[in-house]
Design a protein around this ligand. Structure first.
Ligand code: G16
Length: 548
């Protein structure tokens, strides 16, 4: 089988965003589009990381439309570029956290994950690709920027034109040119890892005692993983996992586990006959949502509660080295870190920023407001891991989700939190909004807005404490006396227009004030956000499109 060099030309706009390159499926279907990006990656790896010849690559995706075609393309290109072996999930499938686990478990050189995460799928939906390094985590900016630079110069890519499709349904080994293709069980490594971290006996007893749970896999890749652990190893009744069959278009739904898109689950968790525990994961199974009966937990609170109770779980019995959260995530975790006497790191949005802290042993738990929670067990956020953590806490304490959160608020105070998304803003308008806001920053500190005194107004910059790299312009922060915050930033994961994210947070120590409706509690902050950033005027929209 001979290697061919196929001539090509650069495509504009192949710069990875918050988490890889995400575009419409129709964009990825253009001839050479995927190939250019993959070759750019393979071209920069030797210089950025080390030679690829003979190395092991991990490959898999969330099964969305175009996954099957893309996996075959990448296999042929990996062989033509000299990789020695590719570990690919059966059917071309691997959840994002499982890919991270497989990279680490097998000491692989790195991995390619095909996913656009929570973005809708299908022929008119989104597709995505990202590269993870040997620690199992997303490639840092240095690598993603090098890939982008290479895509802008690329002239040719290497492939095996004569190669047929590799059978990805049958577990085991085959050859593609000089490269070995090893089709692996996508679930096994991850399930083993979960069993090492959590008290499976206690959780089995919780189900055996008649407690009920509903896990909504949103017709995405989380289904097989959740079924194997919850209904398989833990003995939860069949049917505990709903929408458990991965579909190429996620059944037409938006596989994003939050109050806007998991309305069915929220309804199912309502009322006296509802299950005790509800949970969901997203398109590639790295996000999670946690619910009790008639009770929704915010991701920021989730991180804080897990951190405060971590020693109840076998994998974290010895305590935490530190906690890390993305800047827009609420400060609930900071309060826990203070009480535990451990550091809390504030990083830019994007899981890639946690990698160095985890590798250096500085942080054990990480979390983001965008429904991502994880730990040092892998280098990605992990939906099922978070769900099992909550399950383990309920089994260990005998308390409900709501009771655990209320006790947490009583001890640490409540951080009311909400995110308002303004989607589909024309890019120039969104850029103009952010530029105007940044220009205003020097005049804002010390002023009083809606009765709140502004202590600090800045554009968040992060210096990685491990390698000293600096990331600037990571979001405009308004920090008020008393702990309230408003943060503005543009999303880096969308595929159409711009999305302005406005993150709103109010700290309330007084337990008598812990039962306000969230939007009401945040009303002054919502009003001042619009006043300061002139959101309606710039966007031309009357209201946010999504409130979580
Ligand atoms: C990705 C990143 C997360 C980030 C989220 C939102 O999640 O991995 O770290 O918090 O996007 O990013 P943005 O606000 O820029 O849209 P996922 O689940 O989409 O991979």
């Amino acid at each position: 089988m001979s290697v061919a060099s196929v001539r090509t030309q650069p495509f504009a706009g192949q710069r990875p965003g918050t988490s890889g390159l995400r575009k419409k499926v129709t964009v990825f279907q253009q001839p050479h589009y995927l190939e250019n990006f993959v070759q750019a990656l393979f071209d920069i790896l030797p210089e950025q990381v080390g030679p690829v010849a003979g190395q092991t690559l991990v490959l898999g995706g969330d099964g969305r439309f175009h996954n099957r075609v893309a996996v075959q393309t990448i296999l042929r290109m990996a062989a033509a570029n000299g990789f020695g072996r590719v570990l690919v999930g059966q059917g071309g499938l691997l959840s994002t956290p499982a890919a991270s686990a497989v990279i680490r478990e097998h000491g692989a050189y790195g991995g390619i994950i095909l996913s656009a995460s929570h973005n809708p799928g299908g022929p008119d939906g989104d597709f995505g690709i990202k590269y993870n390094i040997a620690n199992g985590g997303p490639a840092p900016e240095k690598i993603t920027e090098a890939i982008y630079a290479r895509t802008q110069q690329i002239q040719a890519y290497r492939t095996l034109p004569g190669a047929g499709e590799v059978d990805l349904q049958t577990l085991g080994r085959s050859e593609l040119g000089a490269m070995v293709v090893q089709v692996i069980d996508p679930v096994a490594d991850h399930a083993e890892l979960m069993e090492k971290l959590f008290d499976f006996d206690a959780m089995r007893a919780w189900f055996a005692a008649g407690h009920r749970m509903r896990f909504d896999a949103m017709s995405a890749i989380g289904g097989p993983y959740a079924r194997a652990v919850l209904e398989g190893r833990l003995g939860a009744p069949l049917g505990t996992v709903v929408n458990g069959e991965p579909l190429e278009d996620f059944g037409g739904h938006h596989p994003d586990p939050n109050p806007a898109h998991a309305t069915e689950l929220i309804a199912a968790l309502s009322g006296p006959d509802a299950p005790d525990f509800g949970a969901a994961s997203d398109g590639d199974a790295d996000r999670n949502m946690i619910l009790g009966r008639d009770f929704v937990v915010t991701p920021s609170d989730s991180l804080a509660v897990l951190a405060a109770n971590a020693t109840l779980v076998p994998g974290y019995r010895d305590g935490l080295a530190g906690i890390a959260r993305s800047m827009p995530t609420s400060c609930a975790a900071d309060a826990v870190a203070r009480a535990l006497g451990i550091p809390c790191y504030e990083t830019p949005t994007g899981w890639k920023f946690f990698g160095n802290l985890l590798d250096a042993g500085r942080a054990t738990l990480c979390g983001e407001e965008s429904y991502g929670t994880g730990s040092n067990h892998v280098r990605e956020k992990d939906g099922l891991w978070a769900v099992l953590f909550w399950l383990n806490l309920q089994a260990a304490t005998g308390q409900s989700v709501e009771a655990l959160v209320r006790a947490h608020w009583a001890r640490f105070g409540r951080h009311y939190y909400s995110r308002h998304d303004w989607e589909g803003i024309p890019v120039e308008r969104a850029d103009a909004l952010m530029a105007a806001l940044r220009a205003k920053l020097p005049t804002l500190a010390g002023t009083t807005l809606q009765g709140l005194r502004l202590a600090q107004a800045d554009d968040f910059a992060y210096t990685d404490p491990v390698d000293g790299s600096v990331s600037r312009q990571q979001g405009v922060r308004l920090l008020f006396e008393g702990g309230s915050r408003v943060v503005f930033r543009l999303s880096g994961t969308g595929t159409e227009g711009a999305t302005l994210r406005v993150y709103l947070e109010r700290f309330e120590a007084d337990a008598r004030q812990h039962d306000l409706p969230t939007q009401q509690a945040l009303a002054p902050l919502i009003a001042l956000a619009d006043e300061v950033a002139a959101i309606r005027q710039h966007s031309g929209q009357a209201a946010p499109t999504v409130i979580t």
